[in-house]
Design a protein around this ligand. Structure first.
Ligand SMILES: [Zn+2]
Ligand SMILES: [Zn+2]
Length: 329
């Protein structure tokens, strides 16, 4: 029996899960970001302004979903926004009208607090850069109906000790396109693999983190997360994300992924290589010419598997990790 993990009968929406507008340090209004992204074929943008959870759902229509979200920082220093160690988390809200700012603290919100203090509700929780504090933020966020993405670990100067300690994450941002262009260090599938191999259970996603300085498109349209839904509604988009009905790509599209007759089969845009990664196992499928289908025996799977598709222009598509217990259902 054929069992789809990426079902071609669904709509695979094109999403940018990380952006900044003039509500924080971006240069465009949310409506301008929407119109530029729609002109590039996007269906979904998560508005992840720093420290301000703003309801942009008035921008939702039959062709577009504006996810209510916030980028939340925990800094290893009292002053907000210094170029030193920190953790940045994107919190995506199940409720589009949620403006509860989870676990906020005046001290760490800095200039954004001054700007948004009427909207900004503080629940008295003080953010500090400790394992306990970071995990408390994630716990409170999950409890308040958010899923939590761990952003740009290299830009944040995080070490293995830092990321292994975080519990309750929905996803790792394996490509932050803007930061990758600026630092060359923010494409991090190796960190994803390290987390998986040490028992972490989370998905992977990509985003742009565009700020549109000078009104330009620097750092835009490079890190896409595709979300599989039957209908384009806020609720379906969020549920699909939460369930992991996603893949992400800086180039090639994945057309389908399924399990059938003891094999994992992927169908994609023309690729020069498809790599199967499992715990302590890796297999390549290099045809030397464009391939659009690859298969791997299901019994190669140890604990989880994920696939990476390479195109001839340097683009990569990543499936999330699929875990053995999901495959055996
Ligand atoms: Zn950030
Ligand atoms: Zn950001």
């Amino acid at each position: 029996m054929k069992r789809y993990l990426i079902d071609p009968k669904q709509k695979w929406l094109k999403a940018n899960l990380h952006c900044h507008t003039n509500l924080s340090d971006g240069c465009l209004t949310p409506a301008e970001v929407k119109s530029r992204y729609m002109a590039h074929g996007y269906d979904v943008v998560a508005f992840t302004d720093h420290e301000i959870l703003h309801d942009n759902s008035h921008l939702c229509d039959e062709n577009f979903v504006a996810l209510t979200a916030v980028e939340y920082s925990i800094n290893d220093h009292a002053d907000f926004w210094r170029d030193e160690k920190c953790i940045h988390l994107n919190l995506f809200s199940r409720d589009p009208h949620n403006t509860f700012h989870t676990a906020s603290s005046v001290r760490n919100a800095g200039r954004y607090y001054e700007r948004f203090k009427d909207e900004f509700r503080c629940d008295g929780y003080d953010r500090v850069f400790t394992v306990e504090s970071i995990n408390e933020v994630v716990r409170r966020a999950n409890e308040a109906g958010f899923i939590v993405q761990y952003n740009h670990p290299n830009w944040s100067l995080n070490t293995r000790e830092d990321y292994m300690a975080i519990e309750g994450l929905w996803s790792l941002e394996i490509l932050n396109y803007c930061t990758e262009l600026e630092t060359g260090a923010e494409y991090c599938p190796g960190i994803y693999e390290d987390m998986l191999n040490h028992g972490k259970r989370l998905y992977c996603s990509m985003g742009d983190d565009n700020h549109n300085d000078g009104g330009k498109d620097f750092g835009s349209y490079g890190g896409v997360t595709y979300i599989g839904v039957d209908k384009l509604t806020y609720e379906e988009v969020f549920d699909a994300m939460a369930r992991g009905n996603i893949y992400c790509s800086s180039g090639p599209k994945i057309h389908s992924l399924f399990v059938e007759d003891g094999k994992v089969v992927i169908e994609t845009d023309p690729a020069v290589n498809v790599v199967f990664t499992s715990r302590n196992r890796r297999f390549m499928n290099r045809a030397g010419e464009a391939l659009t289908r690859a298969e791997f025996p299901l019994d190669f799977v140890t604990e989880y598997f994920r696939l990476t598709v390479f195109d001839d222009k340097g683009g990569r598509a990543h499936t999330r990790a699929y875990f053995s217990d999901e495959l055996n259902q």
